[in-house]
Design a binder for this molecule. Structure first.
Ligand code: NAX
Length: 333
């Protein structure tokens, strides 16, 4: 067996982490033969809760989990990291605007980006989950100039999985029979869930999504709204934001970074836009369709974009520009 890799989860005493840590520790993300040292960061008042999480992880008696380091100190948490999953932040409460969150959260990601720069391996893979995820990710990347921007990504896989599942339920097939949905843009209600390149396996034959669903009005209307507003619907029902499904999506995202995507399939993730893909402006973390090989992602190019899609892709880019400019003016990064 190889040496343990060092994996950080921030917000480790929170609800997403509670669903996530077991899956990571048992090998669902980094492989069944990969020992792990888990570094768990939370704020000082949460250390007693974190102690309980550590006890439970110990009590799982997992073979791959070699060490657990709970801490409230960035210099301990970010040391020599191979992977960082940045969940910790203030979650959105019912009725709260994303702009309120921006102010509260970008400062955290500037500080953690600086800590990555100082203490982590230069090869570290960083996944930002805490909202507003795209802009937090951009701020973290800007605050760690010696780590390649390509090593940073943000979570839109939950939106991707939601879109996949909505189509699957509509067609009466398992979610695994639906592939190549795309989430474009921001992890917010302006995101664009796009099924123009999605394929559905119906009784053994692959059909274009529009032919499988046979309801263009739904695909261009309620389907998009349902995916865009799903997070808010879960909060309304549960009085808490998505946690189980978020943890599952984090596992899917990081596992694909580590082990690659399947041949012929693409997934969605927020990655650095250099201005060369699909007319998306540069210097944004924008969700694109990507394929991953050898721990490197590549934006799937050459997909046809119609006028309907173009408008929605531009609208979500405009929101990201505004978020970025607000964050940058606020922090001066
Ligand atoms: P919780 O409030 O349950 O947990 C957050 C944890 O982060 C708390 O334990 C808190 O003490 C800790 N924390 C706060 N500041 C910290 C800091 N500076 N360093 C380390 N830890 C810190 O929230 P939870 O439901 O776990 O959600 C976490 C974040 O994920 C929120 O920002 C939420 O909005 C975001 N989400 C993002 C999703 C995505 O797809 N990108 C989907 C799910 C989720 O809504």
């Amino acid at each position: 067996m190889s040496e343990p890799i060092r994996v950080l989860v921030t917000g480790a005493a929170g609800q997403i982490a509670y669903s996530l840590l077991f899956s990571i520790a048992k090998g669902d993300v980094f492989g069944k033969d990969q020992p792990i040292t888990l570094l768990l960061l939370d704020i000082t008042p949460m250390l007693p809760v974190l102690e309980g999480v550590v006890m439970e992880l110990q009590d799982c008696a997992l073979p791959l989990l070699r060490d657990i380091v709970p801490t409230d100190k960035e210099e301990v948490a970010f040391k020599d990291l191979d992977a960082a999953i940045l969940v910790g932040s203030m979650p959105r409460k019912e009725g709260m605007e994303r702009k309120d969150l921006l102010k509260a959260n970008v400062a955290i990601f500037k500080s953690q980006g600086t800590a990555l720069e100082k203490y982590a391996k230069k090869t570290v893979k960083v996944l930002v989950v805490g909202n507003p995820a795209n802009t937090n990710c951009l701020i973290a990347a800007k605050s760690a100039p010696s780590i390649p921007k390509e090593n940073f990504s943000c979570l839109t896989r939950l939106d991707h999985n939601r879109a996949r599942s909505q189509v699957a339920m509509r067609c009466g097939v398992p979610a695994t029979h639906v592939k190549n949905v795309i989430i474009w843009g921001n992890h917010s209600s302006t995101q664009y869930p796009d099924v123009h390149h999605c394929m559905v396996n119906m009784s053994g034959s692959e059909l274009a999504c529009f032919d499988a669903v046979k309801d263009d009005a739904w695909l261009k209307g309620d389907f998009i709204a349902t995916v865009q507003l799903r997070g808010a619907a879960v909060i309304k029902a549960r009085k808490l934001s998505s946690a189980m499904s978020a943890a599952k999506a984090i596992c899917d995202h990081m596992r694909d970074i580590w082990s690659g995507t399947s041949e012929g399939e693409f997934i969605s993730m927020g990655v650095y836009s250099s201005g060369n893909s699909y007319g998306v402006p540069d210097d944004l973390i924008y969700s694109f369709p990507v394929q991953i090989k050898d721990k490197s992602w590549k934006i799937v190019d050459g997909l046809a974009i119609n006028d309907f899609s173009r408008l929605k892709m531009d609208a979500t880019a405009a929101e990201l520009i505004e978020e970025r400019d607000t964050a940058v003016s606020f922090l001066g990064v």
